[in-house]
Design a binder for this molecule. Structure first.
Ligand code: DGJ
Length: 347
């Protein structure tokens, strides 16, 4: 009798452990909650993007120095994390560091190095990194595009050059790099000082623009934080308005052509982030940084937002949420307290 009792207890304990495992699994992503790497350290990769190469995802982002603010030059360089499943991330360390010893370098420690985006060029077998660069002591009047390269996704990257984009002496601000299905790369960015949204095709080696920048018809002025993805032959953009570090309402667009005519799809966000009480009007307290394509699943994309905290950017947070496509051709980004990859199976 006692034996049966103990066996039943053991079985119940096993069931409870399984249930705990399943529910742990169900919380692969907890938007706006601490996002830790496999060593339980805060993931320090802001404003970046994720690429997939030979079975591994690589997350690149701005590394911020603990204890410093944006005003006291928190930028330390670009850091990388790697993952097999987008859930467990291993710290791969600095990819491109700012220098404290050479004040004349483009990458002097008190420059501004924002929003890194990495892309692989199959033709040159090179990983090319782009970032928004404001030179030390020169303010934000001229926005350069910095370029660094590496033969390996795990770096280190070597700084190559900078360029002034947009056919404007003031250059550009927030940008995205979109690699089309035929390998053509586009640099898409908000132009200074008029804040029109422009794009240009990059050279086959991806290192410099190939042609003139053209205004993308239909994209609202002052569109920042652009992220572009392609689905069923159409280009989709998720972006923000322009309010510095403060959150504003997200915007989205669709087009058959990179240069437009883009059609506004409105604000795709729905729901409220209970941790700060912010909804679509403030993008849950975040600002778009990139769209992550989930490999091996159909139409599976994650909208990645940063929670900007200019006073202490080191541990500012992230909001990763699935993109859901609607029957009318638009998409939505619904707030979820937690979620897992199975959301992409429920079609
Ligand atoms: C707007 C950008 O979207 C942000 O990422 C950040 O660079 C701020 N500007 C800085 O003011």
């Amino acid at each position: 009798m006692m034996n049966v009792f103990f066996r039943t207890c053991r079985f119940l304990a096993f069931c409870l452990a399984c249930a705990a495992l399943i529910s742990a699994r169900a919380a692969d992503f907890k938007p706006a909650q601490p996002f830790l790497d496999s060593a339980k350290n805060v993931i320090n990769a802001h404003g970046g993007n994720v690429i997939f190469h030979e079975g591994i995802y690589y997350l690149y982002g701005e590394e911020k120095e603990k204890g410093l603010s944006e005003k006291t030059h928190a930028d330390a360089g670009i850091r990388c994390y790697a993952s097999k499943d987008l859930v467990v991330w291993h710290d791969f360390g600095p990819m491109l560091s700012l220098t404290k010893t050479d004040p004349l370098s483009d990458l002097a420690f008190d420059c501004n190095q924002d929003r890194p985006k990495v892309v692989y060029n199959e033709k040159t077998k090179t990983f090319v990194m782009f970032f928004k660069l404001y030179l030390r002591g020169m303010g934000t009047n001229v926005g350069f595009v910095g370029v660094a390269t590496s033969p390996s996704p795990a770096g280190p990257f070597k700084y190559s050059h900078k360029f002034v984009a947009g056919n404007s002496p003031n250059g550009t601000g927030d940008f995205c790099i979109f690699k089309d299905t035929d390998g053509t790369l586009y640099h898409m960015t908000v132009r200074k000082p008029d804040k029109a949204f422009v794009a240009a095709k990059m050279r086959p080696d991806y290192l410099l623009p190939e042609g003139e920048y053209k205004v993308c018809k239909g994209i609202t002025f002052k569109t920042e934080a652009p992220c572009v993805f392609k689905k069923d032959g159409k280009y989709y953009m998720l972006a923000s308005g322009s309010t510095g570090w403060a959150p504003n309402a997200a915007r989205s667009f669709v087009s058959d052509n990179i240069f437009g005519e883009w059609k506004s799809l409105g604000n795709p966000c729905e729901g409220v982030n209970p941790l700060n009480g912010l909804g679509p009007e403030k993008t849950f307290g975040g600002q778009s940084s990139s769209i992550i394509k989930v490999e091996g699943k159909d139409n599976a994309y994650i909208a990645a937002f940063d929670i900007n905290r200019p006073e202490h950017p080191y541990d500012s947070g992230y909001i990763w949420l699935p993109i859901e496509f609607k029957d009318d051709g638009s998409f939505k980004v619904l707030w979820r307290d937690e979620w897992d990859m199975s959301v992409f199976d429920k079609k």
